[in-house]
Design a protein around this ligand. Sequence first.
Ligand SMILES: [Zn+2]
Length: 401
Amino acid sequence: MKAVLPLFIFVDACGWEIIKNDPFARDVAPNRKRLDSVFGYSSACVPSILSGRWPDEHRNWCYFVHDPKNSPFKSLRWLRWLPEKITSRRIFRRWLSKFVKVQLSFRGYFDLYNIPFKHIAQYDFTEKKSPLQPGGMNRGPNIFDFLVQRKISYHVSAPQKTEEQNLNALISDIKSENIDFAFLYWPALDGLLHRVGNQSPLVPEKLRDYERWIRQLLSVAEEHYAEIRLYIFSDHGMANCDVLLDLKSKIELLPLRMGKDYAVVYDSTMARFWFFNERAREQITSTLKGVPQGRILPESELKTLRAHFADGYFGELIFLASEGVLIVPSHMGERPIRGMHGYHPRAPHSYAMLCTNQPEIPEDVVGITDTFRLMTRDAELAAMRNSTPERKAYEQPSLVS
Ligand SMILES: [Zn+2]
């Protein structure tokens, strides 16, 4: 039996609005708090949680950037000759993404989404490493570097496994009493919310599944650890998409050529532009100013959101859709989906949450980046208290008679 297990359970897209009026995990983690999210998608939020730093520090923000010099996708250009009927299909894209991921030895999450093959050699993908591993950040350390450095043994979920497989892997590590820290990652609620929106009865149903798993986990953990410090938390919420915005058609009406005058990535809530001449900058800027379903984010606001990049790496101009507006078709998808995140962090459905069995949540824990401090604090506490008298004795053999 060990003294303490810090148990961090990350439920993707389980926003404050999702649980606000739901009894989710109240019996095991009654202390709840709404947390500010980070501007961006999971590609920005997850690394921010894992490092306690902001996108302008760790440089894990949006997946695709215009960077023809460093593009690893040159070998895919021939695919532009295949009929779009085939190459725009999700099943084909998924299969190809898996193949490309192995070929390019990408270690994180990778999807080609809906990036057109005609232009793919102009883009680079920014998450080549896995943020769920030590050394996985684009810049600086994460929680796993912290744990390795201090020789604190830990468990972390493997994204290629199912939620239940990850649950069982953790249960078996708990039984072995080999770990002093656990990070469990459940991504399926995010996928469900994208599909069915935040009002579907399937959402509370999924929360009940999670509660059952959490209880199962706790009942095993209680047999092996005297104290379990439980934290259930998320990265963002999910807004229903009731308005569709075909931004691409508006831009393509302009007498400008993609790749020659400008480059763009249409994310589902953002459009990020790079300009190669003033004419393109002026025409695109004035077109975007006439789109009422969103707005251009000024530099000062991007700086406040800690997502301003002076080198324009992620785009020289960022257009952000209002909450509930889905940019479609986009480079993320050809067809509409019911729910989306990646809106302004102050939009109601962007807020994340933290539920814990700890009586107090420190006052300075206000945003998802602050969960990092809870993780480091509890990991150090567990490492200290779990270092058993036997181990201490072993380390100091003179004390053993
Ligand atoms: Zn998502």
